[in-house]
Design a protein around this ligand. Structure first.
Ligand SMILES: Cc1cc2nc3c(=O)[nH]c(=O)nc-3n(C[C@H](O)[C@H](O)[C@H](O)COP(=O)(O)O)c2cc1C
Length: 169
């Protein structure tokens, strides 16, 4: 699949069949995340793979949506604040790095015919507590992954027109 087709095909999946993600599929997705670029190549991330009922339930407490529980697997991306690059004016770049890795995950999943969804609107503080994460780590993006429910229709791609977003000077 070429990149434009992949970009057109990928959408946020909020209904899952529950079918497990295979180990090969997971390894492929994680390898694509591992290869993501980051500022100064510091790779200030951890990818927590959550498949057990116990861990999935902990995360469901942090983002209470019925559809989330349908996904067989979650990847939680955390930023390592003691590793991320900080520009000389103080701007921290860890969240940007995490965003790139997160989209690598979603695109890799889409290429394999799997659905996924970025989730940032979760209770990150509760997540930090429940998972007993190190002080220096902050949960940033939670990504459920799995086969989309059979009756799910891809949502319409609503995007701004090129003329509105591209500035040529
Ligand atoms: C940074 C970011 C945070 C997001 N957080 C959430 C979220 O908490 N819950 C959710 O259901 N979708 C979330 N989304 C998904 C967006 O709503 C979705 O990507 C957008 O509406 C475009 O739709 P599409 O992905 O189907 O093309 C998030 C996406 C991004 C990039």
């Amino acid at each position: 699949m070429d990149f434009k087709t992949l970009s057109e095909t990928r959408y946020s999946v909020r209904a899952y069949s529950g079918e497990p993600v295979t180990e090969d599929q997971l390894q492929y997705i994680l390898e694509c995340a591992r290869l993501a670029p980051s500022a100064v190549n510091l790779q200030p991330w951890k990818f927590y793979v959550m498949t057990s009922q116990t861990d999935r339930e902990l995360l469901q407490q942090c983002y209470k949506r019925d559809w989330l529980s349908q996904a067989p697997l979650y990847i939680l991306l955390t930023v390592q604040h003691d590793v991320e690059w900080v520009r000389s004016d103080g701007k921290r770049h860890g969240d940007i790095d995490i965003a790139i890795a997160a989209e690598h995950i979603c695109l890799a999943a889409a290429e394999l015919g799997l659905g996924s969804c970025w989730v940032c609107n979760f209770n990150a503080q509760l997540c930090h507590e429940l998972l007993k994460l190190p002080e220096t780590e902050e949960p940033v993006v939670l990504i459920p992954i799995g086969k989309a429910a059979a009756d799910l229709k891809p949502s319409e791609k609503k995007r701004k027109d090129m003329a509105e977003i591209v500035v040529r000077r």
